[in-house]
Design a protein around this ligand. Structure first.
Ligand code: B12
Ligand code: SF4
Ligand code: SF4
Length: 291
């Protein structure tokens, strides 16, 4: 009976996220007069899934488990509840970047298209709002809910053991747990809608049905082992090689170098991104297949 109710709740959550992305006026850029994101993918995982132990090992011991994220949120509100991992679920979504934006970035060879920059900045504002909306919907139904990325405990961490960057809540690892895709040579998460996307997630104290993961290895969808090097060729900064993704070189191009500073000033944006490696590659908008 409870299981049936939770199936219905999961479907309702999926419908709410989908209709918010498909119909909300904030999913629209007044500069390039088009949508930031297409229809989302949504997946679920349960808090007692052993994958979260593996993820903490991968992301670092300072990263939050879903249960810890919820506890942090609840404590911040000065409440005390017994939150058990088996009663916690994670909801994760993929917001595929609209084809018109991808097309513009595909034409670029040295720096990101303005359309991509607006999607990085204003599109992520929409994604933040979506996180808040999902929290509000679930809290209105009296579930304890948190968007870990919005908590004060969220931090980016300099960590030499993780090629210099990690954080306390890795949206990609969470999406991996929620059956939405696997990692790749360039670190991005390849989903059934490719890897030109942005991710978001929320944790809640109700046992939602887990989405079965159709993969076992963390790099299953990437064709590098079959000879693909397309993303290496697309990166103008030389941040990707057969050894993987150099996060420092990437960050230089994404936000630190002179061109990035000028780009932000010209467009009046806080963040502009880059993402040249996320388009013009076989995994841009699908799980790639080797021909
Ligand atoms: C810090 C950060 C950066 C840093 C470092 C990124 C990194 N790889 O860690 C820098 C500045 C370089 C960066 C750059 C960009 N970023 Co960024 N960034 C983040 C942030 C804030 C945290 C990332 C994090 O926690 N990493 C944790 C570390 C441990 O992850 P990792 O090293 O990639 O993990 C590897 C290992 O764990 C490994 N692994 C090895 N063995 C095993 C075994 C198992 C079982 C598992 C599960 C994994 C695993 O797999 C992974 C891949 O190799 C997230 C937002 C968030 N809160 O998640 C966005 C985020 C990752 N960025 C994003 C994007 C889009 C970008 C850019 C394209 C910029 C842009 N918007 O134009 C570039 C391109 C990066 C790239 N090629 O992936 C998106 C990624 C979406 C996607 N397509 O995958 C995110 C998720 C933001 C969002 N909300 O959507 N970013
Ligand atoms: S372009 Fe090829 S090697 Fe790079 S992530 Fe995509 S499938 Fe993997
Ligand atoms: S986002 Fe980073 S890895 Fe991708 S093309 Fe730009 S600099 Fe290279």
């Amino acid at each position: 009976m409870t299981e049936d109710r939770n199936e219905v709740l999961a479907q309702e959550i999926k419908n709410l996220i989908t209709s918010y992305v498909e119909t909300n006026h904030q999913n629209y850029c007044k500069h390039f007069k088009g949508r930031f994101f297409d229809s989302p993918l949504v997946g679920f995982a349960q808090g007692d899934d052993h994958i979260f132990v593996t993820i903490q090992e991968q992301v670092g011991m300072e990263s939050m488990t879903p249960q810890q994220a919820l506890l942090n949120a609840v404590q911040a509100r000065d409440a005390s509840f017994g939150i058990k991992p088996e009663k916690v679920s994670v909801i994760s979504w993929v917001l595929p970047i609209n084809s018109a934006v991808r097309e513009k970035n595909r034409l670029q060879k040295v720096s990101p298209a303005d359309e991509w920059c607006y999607t990085r900045n204003d599109g992520e504002q929409f994604n933040m709002e979506l996180r808040r909306q999902v929290v509000n919907w679930l809290e209105a139904s009296e579930y304890l809910t948190a968007a870990p990325f919005l908590l004060s405990e969220f931090r980016i961490i300099r960590d030499p053991a993780r090629r210099n960057f990690t954080s306390t809540w890795s949206e990609r690892h969470i999406a991996y747990a929620c059956a939405l895709g696997t990692f790749s040579l360039n670190d991005a998460l390849i989903t059934p809608r490719g890897f030109a996307h942005r991710l978001g997630s929320v944790v809640v104290n109700v046992k939602l049905p887990a989405t079965p993961r159709p993969y076992s290895g963390h790099m299953d969808y990437c064709l590098f082992s079959k000879g693909c090097v397309a993303c290496i060729k697309r990166c103008p900064a030389g941040a990707i090689s057969k050894e993987g993704h150099n996060k420092d070189v990437c960050q230089q191009m994404v936000s630190l170098d002179k061109e990035a500073v000028e780009r932000r000033e010209r467009l009046g944006l806080e963040k502009t991104g880059c993402g040249l490696c996320q388009v013009g590659v076989p995994c841009e908008d699908r799980i790639p297949v080797k021909h």
